[in-house]
Design a protein around this ligand. Structure first.
Ligand SMILES: Cc1ncc(COP(=O)(O)O)c(C=O)c1O
Length: 335
């Protein structure tokens, strides 16, 4: 386990503060990993280790945003983006995805303005479990080619993929200086509580992130950084994890099929089913309250800008999934 791995390196853990942007060895290892995964030549100076993807996102937006700037979020999108943009005195601009939850370039074109500072791309996507097609990413690349618009690529689910046609949005950035890549050990390594992630960006952004971090949290816990190092050293174990998730995805599909009046696509990535329950209830906040009272926690679509949907995570154990979907079925029938 990560705890045991970190324990093995205990001798190298001192009690002093270390560099706010991360220990040097880890930053070098991450830079190497980025070249392997993205063929993007970066150095340790392009890396900041953060307390999860959340801090990486917040701090990189802090680095680039000025008051009144606009950031485009393809919607449905992860709930936190909107609030982080607001916390940075900027304006979240929602651009709906199409029916297949792919980028709708016309919708993005419609909302691009002089104030557009960044577009957040999260593919595979939380909550839809879908990913953006290469065709839509090529089209996006064309329309932002000559613009000073940052692409914030939240690749936290990029290793959790069930479909070979996947390409990370990071490969479609017109200019690397406008690419901000976010990742974390929370999802693919199931280490959410360890709070370790990172941002890859140009040196100026990394300097601003480092300065912010220096005056707020300081370095990420050394234990977590050493655990991250061990994970990179030992090689990615995501494949095993994906096999387990694939089984769960199948079991959930089988069970959901028996529930009338709902619709959904088979997730292509991440570990979420985004279920359309609008034929049962359009106020999904209310609907989820009923589910919660019955013992099942699903996230209402309202949280992602898509009322009429509920998000089901299949990262839970099979027995919990079976139990949970039984409750879901019962409430759907009763409604
Ligand atoms: C799309 C997305 N990005 C980022 C995060 C942040 O993860 P963490 O801060 O645990 O690394 C999450 C977690 O739910 C997420 O779903």
């Amino acid at each position: 386990s990560a705890a045991a791995m970190a324990g093995k390196e205990r001798t190298s853990i001192s009690s002093i503060l270390t560099c706010p942007s991360g220990i040097s060895t880890l930053k070098h290892m991450i830079a190497g990993q980025i070249y392997k995964d993205y063929k993007w030549k970066v150095t340790a100076e392009n890396v900041a280790v953060t307390a999860g993807g959340k801090q990486a996102l917040f701090e990189s937006m802090f680095a680039i945003l000025q008051e009144g700037d606009e950031v485009i979020i393809p919607t449905p999108g992860w709930v936190t983006y909107k609030y982080q943009i607001i916390l940075n005195n900027a304006k979240p601009i929602l651009a709906p995805l199409n029916k297949k939850f792919d980028l709708d370039i016309k919708e993005i074109q419609k909302v691009i303005s002089k104030r557009t500072k960044a577009i957040i791309l999260n593919s595979p996507n939380n909550p839809s479990g879908s990913f953006y097609s290469a065709a839509s990413l090529i089209a996006l690349k064309k329309i932002i080619k000559n613009k000073a618009i940052y692409l914030i690529v939240d690749d936290i689910y990029s290793k959790i993929i069930y479909d070979k046609t996947y390409r990370t949005p990071a490969l479609f950035a017109p200019q690397k200086k406008y690419l901000i890549l976010i990742n974390s050990f929370s999802k693919s390594q199931a280490l959410a509580g360890w709070r370790v992630g990172y941002v890859i960006a140009n040196k100026e952004i990394i300097q601003a992130v480092t300065s912010y971090q220096s005056h707020t949290t300081g370095n990420v816990s050394l234990l977590s950084q050493i655990a991250a190092q061990e994970i990179i050293k030992k090689g990615d174990k995501t494949k095993k994890f994906i096999q387990i998730l694939k089984k769960r995805r199948k079991i959930v599909a089988k069970l959901l099929q028996t529930i009338p009046r709902i619709s959904y696509d088979l997730p292509k990535g991440a570990f979420y089913y985004f279920i359309n329950v609008s034929r049962i209830e359009t106020n999904t906040e209310k609907f989820c309250e009923h589910l919660l009272e019955a013992g099942l926690a699903l996230v209402p679509g309202e949280a992602f800008g898509s009322p009429g949907f509920v998000r089901l995570s299949f990262s839970a154990s099979t027995s919990k999934l079976i139990k949970g979907i039984k409750i879901f079925k019962k409430i759907c029938k009763k409604y």
